[in-house]
Structures are given as structure tokens and as C-alpha cells.
Design a protein around this ligand. Structure first.
Ligand SMILES: Cc1ncc(C[n+]2csc(CCOP(=O)(O)OP(=O)(O)O)c2C)c(N)n1
Ligand SMILES: [Mg+2]
Length: 274
């Protein structure tokens, strides 16, 4: 829909996503702060600069498709979608409650969410299917898939990477939230995934490496990615897990943990001061 284009505005929205994510997780008493904060700029640029959609017509067949393959980072996703008008902001308070449309992992109960995710490793395969369908139906939409770097440990991701290039799915744009951490520590310590750019290139992809907190770099990367034809594209966005909150940044234990009232207050003050 490309509602917001200024880089400053996109950065402000990213911080709003951070604040709302932490408020949601604190209220629910559980959730995933680290991986929501690391992808705040990615979500902001996708929902407010890059993707085409119509919140009054969610099933518009020309809409870009979005898959949150790292399906645990829903606080960030819901904050972005509420800001974009997919559902009322007031609904964010229901996060992780029984019968809420905003479950802990992304699900199709949420207006605008295309596919249930949470079991890591599956989103790119689904995105490939959407992209193939788009080709068969001669539709011009793109498919955007956010992957976690720990998620890349799943072999299925690499099967999907292989098939995306085999079928020349140049309407697939994957974004790796390369925050360096998976559930229990650094990716490179637990099971190294580098050299990541070389790996994607060897699988037939065009890879673009950027600073995932720099909205201008993200905007340029998406502008470039949509122009490259004939192969799938991946943006490897280098990020910091827990970005924006000093005591969460790069700290593995903030993967799945709720801030208490005092921690929330400190965190919100830091984000506001940014
Ligand atoms: C198939 C599967 N195995 C294990 C999990 C449990 N799990 C949830 S998040 C996570 C770590 C994911 O790390 P990463 O993809 O790097 O996410 P981020 O750092 O962005 O939070 C794991 C292992 C899962 N959701 N799915
Ligand atoms: Mg990670």
C-alpha cells in the first residue's frame, strides 16, 4: 500500500512496534521479545513502504503475500498490522488470551495473516507455493518471507531454497533476520550457518546483505530486489536481538521471556529516548 515513505517515519513506526511488542508480552506474561525487537525495522519497511495490500479488501488477489516464517515473533507482527489497520489497535491487549484472534504464534485467525506458522522451517516452502500460483495465474504480486537465522538450521529451508531457484521464482523475496542468536545461544556456536551469502548464491539466489536496522538500506534493498528477475532474492538483514533495549540486546535469555513491570518501564523509556 506504500502508505508511508519517509525514512524517519519508518524508524518511528519501528520503535512503536518495539513498544507495543513489549507492552503485549508484559500483559500476557509470556512471548518473544528478542526476535520481535530485532525485526522491527524490517516489519516497518515491509508494511509501510514495500508491500501492496488493501486492509478494506484483505483478499484482493493482487496483494503481495507475506509469510512470517519465524512465527513466534508475533508481538512485532501484530503491532505492525494494527498500525497498518488490519484490525483495531485496541485488540492488541488480547494477545495470547483464550479465544483471541492474536495467538502466540501466527495463525489465520488474525485478519490478513495468510498462513499459520510457528513450526520453524516451513514458511519458505509455503511462500514458494504462493509464488508458483502467482506465476500460473499471471499475477504480478511478490511473496515476502521473513526467516529467522536459527530457523535456517531446518533442512526444509534449504530444500525450499533449491526449489525456488529451480522454478525461477523471482517473485519470492526472503528476508533473514540475522540477529546471530537462536533459542539457546549463538548460531555460529551451536551450528554455524556462515558463509550465508555464499550459501544462498550457491543455491541460485541473488543475495543482498544490509544493516537490518537502517531503514534506508532496507528500502534500497527492497527496491533492488524487486528489479532483479530470473531468480529468487534474499535480503540478509544484520540485526541485534532485543534491539533498542540495552539489557535485552544480544542476550539469549530474552528470546522467550516477559519483562516485568519495572523492566517494561525501563525498556519503554529507552525506546522513547532513541
Ligand atoms: C520446528 C521447531 N523447532 C523448535 C521450535 C522452538 N523454537 C521457537 S523459536 C526458536 C529459535 C528460533 O531462532 P531464530 O529463528 O533465530 O529466531 P529469532 O532469533 O529471530 O527469535 C526455536 C528453536 C519451533 N518453534 N519449531
Ligand atoms: Mg535469531
Amino acid at each position: 500500500m506504500q502508505m508511508e515513505k519517509s525514512a524517519d517515519k519508518l524508524s518511528m513506526i519501528a520503535n512503536e512496534i518495539r513498544k507495543q511488542s513489549l507492552i503485549m508480552i508484559n500483559r500476557a506474561g509470556s512471548g518473544h521479545p528478542g526476535g520481535s525487537l530485532s525485526c522491527a525495522e524490517i516489519l516497518s519497511v515491509l508494511f509501510f513502504y514495500q508491500m501492496r495490500y488493501d486492509t478494506r479488501n484483505l483478499k484482493w488477489d493482487g496483494r503481495d503475500r507475506f509469510v512470517m516464517s519465524k512465527g513466534h515473533a508475533t508481538p512485532g507482527l501484530y503491532a505492525a498490522m494494527a498500525e497498518a489497520g488490519f484490525f483495531p489497535r485496541e485488540e492488541l491487549v488480547t494477545y495470547r488470551q483464550l479465544n483471541s484472534r492474536l495467538q502466540g504464534h501466527a495463525s489465520i485467525y488474525t485478519p490478513g495473516v495468510e498462513i499459520c506458522t510457528g513450526s520453524l522451517g516451513q514458511g519458505l516452502s509455503v511462500g514458494n507455493g504462493m509464488a508458483l500460483a502467482g506465476k500460473l495465474d499471471s499475477k504480478a504480486y511478490n511473496v515476502y518471507v521473513i526467516l529467522g537465522d536459527g530457523e535456517l538450521q531446518e533442512g526444509q529451508v534449504w530444500e525450499a531454497a533449491k526449489s525456488a531457484s529451480h522454478y525461477k521464482l523471482d517473485n519470492v523475496i526472503a528476508i533473514v533476520d540475522r540477529n546471530g542468536l537462536q533459542q539457546n545461544g549463538p548460531t555460529e556456536k551451536l551450528m554455524g550457518i556462515e558463509p550465508l551469502t555464499d550459501k544462498f548464491e550457491a543455491f541460485g539466489w541473488h543475495a543482498i546483505e544490509i544493516d537490518g536496522h537502517n531503514v534506508r538500506e532496507l528500502m534500497n534493498a527492497f527496491d533492488l530486489a524487486v528489479k532483479i528477475r530470473g531468480k529468487p532474492k534474499v535480503i540478509i538483514a544484520k540485526t541485534i536481538k532485543g534491539k533498542g533495549v540495552s539489557f535485552m540486546e544480544g542476550v539469549s535469555s530474552w528470546h522467550g521471556k516477559a519483562p516485568n513491570a519495572e523492566q517494561l518501564k525501563l525498556a519503554l523509556a529507552e525506546i522513547e529516548a532513541d
